[in-house]
Ligand binder design. Structure first.
Ligand SMILES: *Cc1c(COP(=O)(O)O)cnc(C)c1O
Length: 482
């Protein structure tokens, strides 16, 4: 299987090369040149790790199947507490795919636990021996998931930069207590933009690259434009469909709708790949919070990032430029020239409009909707009071939108974070005054709901804090060069 750039000006590469490079040299994203077809009958009874080997292997054809089998087993076996791809019935016809049983309690674990292994093996496949130094700017979730994925791996170092006082107490402790000799965590004296701008500057700094190269180090990023982060997410769409079919919740071959709380468009795009591989996916419903640039786009064909940025209770969806949408635009328009033009307009003017045929092709597979914080909070309360089901603030947005978009098909909401990651917001939604400390809020949430907090979160209180360094944004460069 070969990969090409969405912008058409870079040569085709293998999967190993696409994963090691991340971004294509022409600024585009790597996409597979064709969609491998699923063998649904042969796959339907496989365990999660076995299915992951099949799905990932059908895209990463230059990887040794024995390696993929071992990597999938070690990633999705015990690390997800036997709950990889766990589906919970909420009420008739409505299901929650709980993607937060991994080590950091957010869905990003599915990709970031496997991707580091794919990167290491990709380097081996290409005969590359340099040290890879990963730099991550994070507003919270990605930083911890990346640290947990890369910690302790040979030939890889990772440095994470988060805004000082810009994350929740839990998110900060998740990062500051990270174990491993190859990890570094810095609080940046500024907001997320300051951290992100600082890291982007380092990536663009030729002098930094030259100095590191002399020491045998090459910089790389862990963000979701890397093909290696997208492909593991395709697996759980298949796994969920097979579970619903086995339980008689859907007749074999009939469609299932999926509603996805969306930020960078990676998670929902994985569902589109599953559909193109032959899975009976009905509609993919893109759920946004108040930063509803994608809702407008899917309705009208105009992507307009020139709008106010809202800080919401679902911070991982607070995004105005959804990078992975570029991959969908390529697949539906089939034109690298068109994609390159739209991306140029977006960078230069902050907006673009696709042609009618492209919009129609998008609307054939995608529906959309948005919900603000008050609607999300109402949904947390309703699901708990009516169904006894507790969800977090991101999942709540999707539940709300799913209700508006119900068809005759069963609806699966992708639940992307544990409610205990945002205990204060969840408590307030349930009508309880939240204590100031996240840990006390977790305790109160357990008392109120009878749900236990994940040990990975409650144990943070007593873990030793390893990283306390606060640096100025201008010092990110020095930190990256250490
Ligand atoms: C990252 C994240 C999302 C958004 O996923 P995308 O792939 O960026 O669309 C939604 N919810 C949570 C909790 C996340 O961490």
């Amino acid at each position: 299987m070969e990969y090409q750039s969405t912008r058409g000006k870079a040569s085709s590469v293998s999967a190993s090369e696409a994963i090691v490079r991340g971004l294509a040299p022409d600024g585009g994203l790597y996409v597979p040149k064709s969609f491998p077809q699923a063998d649904l009958q042969a796959w339907k009874d496989l365990s999660y790790p076995q299915l992951a080997e099949k799905v990932v292997g059908s895209f990463l054809t230059d990887y040794d199947p024995a390696f993929l089998s071992q990597a999938a087993e070690s990633t999705y076996g015990t690390a997800f507490a036997g709950k990889a791809g766990h589906v919970e019935k909420v009420h008739d016809g409505l299901y929650s795919l709980e993607l937060w049983h991994g080590p950091t309690c957010a869905f990003k674990d599915y990709a970031l636990q496997l991707m580091p292994k794919l990167l290491l093996q990709g380097k081996k496949n290409l005969g590359r021996t340099e040290t890879t130094r990963i730099l991550v700017a994070t507003s919270g979730d990605t930083g911890k998931a990346a640290l947990a994925g890369y910690a302790g791996l040979e030939g890889i170092e990772i440095s994470v930069f988060y805004p000082n006082a810009g994350t929740s107490e839990i998110q900060r402790l998740q990062m500051a207590t990270q174990q491993g000799d190859n990890v570094h965590v810095y609080a940046v004296d500024g907001n997320f933009d300051d951290a992100q701008t600082g890291v982007k500057k380092v990536f663009a700094d030729a002098e930094v690259a030259a100095q590191l190269e002399k020491r045998g180090i090459r910089l790389s990023s862990a963000n979701s434009i890397n093909w290696g982060r997208l492909v593991p997410q395709i697996v759980y769409y298949f796994y969920t469909y097979f579970r619903l079919a086995a339980d008689g919740a859907v007749a074999w071959g009939d469609p299932v709708d999926f509603c996805v709380p969306t930020g960078n468009f990676g998670d929902i795009l994985a569902g589109y790949y599953a559909k193109r591989m032959g899975l009976p996916v009905g509609r993919l419903i893109c759920a946004s919070n108040e930063n509803n640039v994608l809702t407008d786009f899917i309705r009208t064909g105009t992507y307009d990032a020139r709008r106010d940025f809202h800080k919401t209770a679902s911070p991982s969806m607070d995004i105005l430029i959804s990078s992975n949408l570029e991959r969908l635009l390529y697949h539906v328009s089939g034109s690298t020239e068109k994609v390159a033009g739209w991306m140029k307009d977006l960078a230069a003017q902050g907006h673009y409009t696709v042609d009618a045929a492209t919009l129609a092709a998008i609307q054939e597979s995608f529906a959309c909707g948005c919900a603000d914080d008050a609607q999300g909070a109402g949904e947390i309360r309703e699901r708990f009071e009516q169904d006894g089901y507790l969800c977090d603030t991101h999942t709540a947005v999707a539940f709300r939108v799913a209700e508006e978009c119900r068809s005759a098909a069963p609806m699966v909401v992708l639940s992307t974070a544990s409610p205990f990651k945002f205990p204060r917001d969840v408590l307030e939604a349930l009508g309880v005054d939240a204590p100031a400390s996240d840990f006390e809020a977790m305790q109160t949430l357990t008392e109120k709901t009878g749900c236990a907090a994940p040990v990975a979160l409650s144990s943070l209180r007593t873990l030793p804090v390893r990283f306390t360094e606060v640096i100025a944004p201008a010092a990110i460069r020095d930190a990256a060069l250490r």
